[in-house]
Design a protein around this ligand. Structure first.
Ligand code: ADP
Length: 418
């Protein structure tokens, strides 16, 4: 505190001189005025936090328009026949939308990680199977670009305690980079070995490679190596940050090796494994018994476009679908229509999804039907909140059409015949 009452940050170093019976008698030292530096630090931290919050908000807000575009494309995919030009245009738009969804998901994940908000849903998983699933998600892209993906996997399971979705994401990100940073004759080799309670997953490519001084920086947030090929092909510089953080959250580590520019790169992921035999707890596949009766579904979403697209999609899948654009109108329609399931948007003005669901559950007709939340929020706590409000299912926008139909089939116990 200064004489004029203002306060400043100081930093001091000093030494106390003691007499024989431990009594201090003198202190000598220096004090530095670090006020400016400390305030600049605080401002920087605040700006950094605001940036994280902005990224989270941005990624979240982008989901709504993307959800509608994705549903529209799904409809076009299901209805477009014959015409080759339209067919390939729709296919291209589907691919690009999937890419957009992936980037937004990465953005959201990264901002969650930097705010310490990501959670792993761990269970016993077989890494061999997860690598196969990651390959499946990207194999078509390799083929399309005329590149070759070689995979060598052990014949026995490699079990570990992990989050299946996140581990698939790790492998898929590395494969995506293998695709991105290789030239026309691009090849990517994936191998997995299990030794000394460790799974060692290697993703090697014959691509543009990395100079020595670039190799440690690439795992940092937003870092993209400034060489012309990488710049023209890169995404947001988030993929490897996520790989590193997710692997570390699983108790593992990742490193990169490259002999230099133009000499290809090798990414190696080490993950601790479980040694005992696997308990078999595969996810039960939803029962898909055929039934002639189409099921009636009501969509309630204040975004009229989103509601319309969803009903069109449901109709194409053989359901009898209706939509309303407010909680109140939805309640009235539900009472009259007695649908088998309601797809209910959470963020709506006046009566939001939670309140609407509670009101549905208070009605005699609202006990037996399935209510599914449609929301941009997919964290564990969000799912718990919808469960507590009486929802039977929780879908995150943009909704994946297969996930939607699987959930409906599981909840309604049948598929519509259309
Ligand atoms: P993005 O690919 O979106 O730019 P990443 O975090 O996945 O972000 O990668 C960061 C950077 O690391 C890339 O921009 C690229 O320069 C470099 N990089 C990643 N993978 C490879 C690879 N297999 N070969 C060469 N460079 C790579």
């Amino acid at each position: 505190m200064l004489e004029d009452g203002s306060q400043r940050w100081m930093s001091g170093y000093g030494r106390i001189t003691e007499e024989r019976d431990s009594q201090p008698v003198r202190m000598s030292g220096v004090m530095f005025d670090v006020d400016e530096r400390r305030r600049a630090d605080d401002a920087l931290r605040l700006a950094d936090r605001r940036k994280d919050e902005f990224l989270a908000m941005l990624a979240h807000e982008l989901r709504n328009p993307m959800a509608t575009i994705r549903s529209g494309l799904n409809i076009l995919t299901l209805t477009t026949a014959g015409d080759e030009t339209t067919h390939s245009t729709v296919a291209m738009m589907n691919r690009q939308t999937a890419h957009l969804v992936r980037m937004v998901d990465d953005l959201l994940d990264v901002s969650r990680i930097s705010r310490g908000k990501i959670e792993l849903k761990k269970s016993r998983v077989n890494l061999v199977e997860l690598v196969r699933q990651a390959r499946q998600s990207i194999a078509a892209e390799f083929e399309l670009q005329g590149k070759v993906l070689h995979i060598h996997l052990p014949s026995t399971p490699v079990d570990l305690e992990g989050d299946a979705t996140r581990l698939i994401q790790v492998v898929a990100n590395l494969l995506t980079n293998g695709l991105r940073y290789t030239g026309e004759d691009g090849q990517v080799w994936v191998s997995l070995i299990h030794q000394h309670q460790e799974a060692i997953l290697q993703v090697r490519d014959n691509g543009i490679g990395l100079a020595k001084d670039q190799q440690s920086a690439i795992f940092e947030l937003f870092v993209q190596v400034d060489n012309s090929v990488a710049r023209s092909k890169g995404g947001l510089g988030l993929g490897l940050t996520l790989v590193k953080q997710l692997v570390e959250m699983h108790g593992g580590r990742v490193d990169v090796y490259s002999e230099g520019l133009g000499k290809g790169s090798t990414f190696t992921v080490h993950l601790p494994t479980l040694t005992t035999a696997a308990e078999s707890s595969p996810m039960p596949a939803p029962q898909t018994t055929d039934s002639a009766a189409a099921s009636r579904i009501l969509v309630i979403d204040d975004n009229a476009d989103a509601a319309l697209m969803m009903t069109m999609l449901l109709k194409l899948k053989g359901y009898e679908a209706y939509s309303r654009t407010s909680g109140q109108a939805g309640l009235e329609a539900a009472e009259r229509l007695q649908p088998a399931a309601i797809l209910l948007d959470i963020g709506m003005p006046e009566l939001d999804g939670y309140a609407t669901c509670r009101l549905i559950r208070e009605q005699a007709w609202g006990q037996g039907l399935a209510v599914i939340a449609l929301t941009g929020y997919g964290q564990q706590e969000d799912r718990q909140r919808t469960r507590e409000a009486g929802f039977d299912g929780h879908l995150v926008k943009p909704v994946d059409v297969d996930e939607l139909t699987n959930l409906l089939t599981a909840l309604l116990g049948k598929t519509p015949s259309g």
